[in-house]
Write a protein that binds this ligand. Structure first.
Ligand SMILES: O=C(O)c1[nH]c(=O)[nH]c(=O)c1Cl
Length: 308
């Protein structure tokens, strides 16, 4: 079976990545992913200009049907990650970056442009957990202005990480902005921002930052993730590929993401819960579904969701 995908001419022999933030903060974790046969490529934890400790713990909590997190962008800083992705790796790497302001974003991309890194970069426009910092991708004019400034100097392959949208007009608006730029991909969705879990027994929230508000992931966001992959596939230029992220727990979920138009698929919460073996299970389950349907490659059904 051909389970490959391509972004900007870079061949991912296997469709699976990690969702940025999960199992990707240290070089040891990144090596674990790269060395796993059922992983096709990796995304780093979003790097900020300087190293960050992030928000106070507890800042991640696992639920029956997913997760809630308010990590606050803990990472070892730009230099740590550029040094890692600059090395030659057997599989494609995506360097994720997140400024704490638009100016930071521009600075980070200037540094990447000046470096000898030739791989993929992903600008995270959707971190919901930096206190006082709104999610840039919910500001359409701001996103357009930022991307105009960036593409004036940035000549390397660039994609963006998007938050979920919940209104068809918002899909139209963000697609109208993104279609103006030579983006290699969009990665959708980031966590569903600012959910709240209440533990009835203790009558308390379960994470410390932001009074318990945090980004939602896992099975509970699958339907929102599929809607965002599908809506953006229907609206974005074909040249902009889609990395489907959000809610993947089974091979059927992976199949659904591809049907909606995903080129590649990321696993976040379920990787955190299950560990690297999740990729073997998902590969087995996806392969069985494809074989039962007589499909030999992802391109046999990618983007071919039927309507009724
Ligand atoms: O709190 C985080 O570090 C975080 N958490 C998320 O769920 N998405 C993000 O993009 C980031 Cl940057």
């Amino acid at each position: 079976l051909d389970l490959s995908g391509q972004i900007n001419g870079q061949q991912f022999e296997h469709l699976f990545l990690n969702a940025s933030g999960v199992h990707c903060q240290s070089t040891t974790e990144l090596d674990d992913l790269l060395n796993h046969p059922a992983v096709g490529g990796i995304v780093t934890k979003s790097a900020t200009l300087e190293k960050r400790d992030g928000n106070p713990a507890p800042r991640y909590y696992e639920l029956a049907d997913g997760s809630i997190n308010s990590m606050g962008l803990p990472n070892f800083g730009y230099d740590y990650y550029i040094d890692y992705v600059k090395q030659s790796h057997a599989k494609p790497t995506i360097l994720s970056v997140a400024g704490l302001s638009a100016a930071d974003d521009v600075q980070l991309l200037h540094q990447i442009q000046a470096s000898d890194y030739a791989g993929l970069t992903e600008l995270n426009l959707s971190c919901p957990n930096v206190i006082g910092k709104p999610q840039m991708a919910y500001d359409y004019a701001g996103t357009e202005a930022l991307l105009k400034e960036i593409f004036a100097f940035f000549k390397k392959p660039l994609g963006v990480k998007l938050p979920p949208y919940f209104d068809l007009v918002h899909f139209d608006q963000i697609a109208a902005v993104l279609n103006q730029f030579p983006l290699t991909h969009v990665n959708t969705i980031n966590s569903v921002g600012n959910g709240l879990w209440v533990d009835v027994a203790s009558e308390s929230v379960v994470i410390k930052p932001k009074g318990g508000f945090g980004g939602l992931g896992g099975r509970m966001v699958l339907l929102t993730a599929l809607a965002n992959v599908r809506a953006l596939r229907q609206r974005l230029n074909d040249s902009i590929k889609i990395i489907g992220t959000g809610g993947v727990k089974t091979g059927a979920d992976v199949f659904a993401h591809i049907l909606c138009g995903a080129e590649l698929v990321s696993v976040g919460t379920q990787l955190q819960v299950e560990g690297l073996s999740v990729y073997d299970r998902l590969t087995t389950e996806l392969s069985r579904i494809m074989a039962d349907k007589g499909y030999h490659s992802l391109s046999d059904f990618r983007g071919k969701l039927k309507t009724i």
